[in-house]
Design a protein around this ligand. Structure first.
Ligand code: FBP
Length: 391
């Protein structure tokens, strides 16, 4: 008897064509109309049969069903993903499209802006603005928070972001990333048809940017490296989506990310170690004794991503020269701390939980240490010990 040709199901959601075989012979049998559930289950089964990972869009819809309170975040998540794809393409083509190098301007922190710092800031601003959901946005590249109340449909949210973190590494084609955090805004930001005293309310809305990380309702980063990865949390764990260049879609590749309890890597810029406090110096010595290896990219998104996946500790601590370290609380430390805690890790200044800090300024810097819970707890124990000794 001839070898059975492989079969594939073709579901048209109506009477089904039973099967076809690669040699083009078709046999048709009419089956009863499928229920909606059967059709959806059929689609799930087909996706499973074809081993198709879930796309970000499908995941957002699923979250809306499972966590209705996150539904109004969907436009912001998809807009950020779209901006991430645009930025990934700009970063990948920076060398061939004359987008490396400096813009010739300086941001409010006195840093020379890269051409792509400015361009990616516009890309993300426009993408988020187009959702009509934002009352205010704050960015590393904007001197002050920007009110969008006059053009927002609702203004339910406030976003803070670093459009291209680690841009000092860009010209050497080292990993960079976009970091973002989203908070709910108060009634001040909600726009209405006739806003008589909008300027007064704009001020109150701008002030709302200075919320502690504990108020975040979503946060994440997009890593531009050997692959483009969108790591995201909306308060129900951490999911990672890789950009599939074949379909131009983010697909779920890292479901329910949990940082390992302990790692084997410490990640600090040891060039600053002479200026560190003795507790941190002792801690790093103890890690070396325990055989931990050192890895440091000098790009926050790259270093935190590796820490989330492999475990260990990453830190940019304060030191004698920079008592508050280098990283900005609102759009670097807080979003990364939110992700790390959602993945079961710890994020601290060494003395305080990052998510509890109430910002005084949009560009405020804070010492930042995060990673595997057991590894970070070891450091906190030494700090507590030394504080107890000092009484
Ligand atoms: P920006 O590029 O967004 O200013 O980020 C600062 C940053 O590059 C971080 O990504 C990184 O963790 C840190 O600075 C590296 O600093 P240093 O070169 O002092 O180690």
């Amino acid at each position: 008897m001839a070898k059975q040709a492989p079969h594939a199901f073709v579901s048209l959601g109506a009477p089904k064509l039973r099967s076809t075989n690669i040699w083009g012979r078709v046999s048709v049998s009419v089956l009863p109309l499928e229920t909606r559930h059967q059709r959806r289950f059929g689609a799930v089964r087909l996706r499973a049969a074809l081993d198709l990972p879930m796309t970000l869009g499908q995941w957002v819809l699923q979250q809306e069903r499972q966590h209705p309170e996150t539904a109004d975040l969907a436009p912001l998540i998809t807009a950020t993903a779209t901006a991430g794809k645009q930025i990934a393409s700009l970063v990948a083509r920076a060398g061939v499209s004359n987008l490396t190098g400096l813009q010739g301007s300086v941001n409010v922190q006195g840093e020379e802006q890269k051409k792509l710092d400015v361009l990616t800031n516009e890309v993300l601003k426009n993408a988020l603005r187009s959702t009509g959901k934002l009352g205010v946005l704050a960015s590393e590249e904007e001197n002050e928070p920007v009110s969008l109340m006059e053009e927002a449909y609702t203004g339910d949210f406030i976003a803070a972001f670093d459009p291209l973190d680690g841009s000092s590494n860009l010209d050497a084609a080292i990993a960079t990333g976009t970091i973002f955090g989203v908070m709910r805004s108060g009634e001040h930001c909600l726009t209405g048809p006739e806003d008589a005293d909008i300027s007064q309310r704009q001020m109150q809305c701008l002030v709302q940017t200075l919320q502690p990380g504990a108020n975040l309702v979503a946060a994440g980063y997009i890593l531009y490296s050997s692959s483009v990865i969108f790591m995201l949390s909306i308060g129900h764990g951490v999911q990672g989506f890789s950009l599939d260049p074949a379909i131009g879609e983010f697909v779920l590749t890292h479901p329910d990310v949990r940082v390992p309890e302990r790692g084997k890597i410490y990640s600090f810029n040891e060039a600053n170690s002479d200026n560190w406090d003795p507790v941190l110096q002792e801690y790093i010595r103890s890690m070396k004794k325990k055989g931990y290896s050192s890895r440091y990219i000098g790009s926050l998104v790259g270093d935190v991503h590796r820490t989330l996946i492999y475990g260990g500790v990453f830190g940019y601590p304060g030191d004698k020269k920079n008592p508050n370290g280098k990283l900005r609380l609102l759009y670097e430390c807080a979003p990364m701390a939110y992700l790390m805690e959602q993945a079961g890790g710890i994020a601290t200044t060494g003395k305080q939980r990052i998510l509890d800090i109430v910002p005084r300024d949009v560009h405020q810097r804070e010492p930042f240490i995060c990673g595997s819970p057991r590894d970070v707890e070891d450091l906190l124990k030494i700090y507590q010990g030394s504080m107890a000794m000092r009484g």
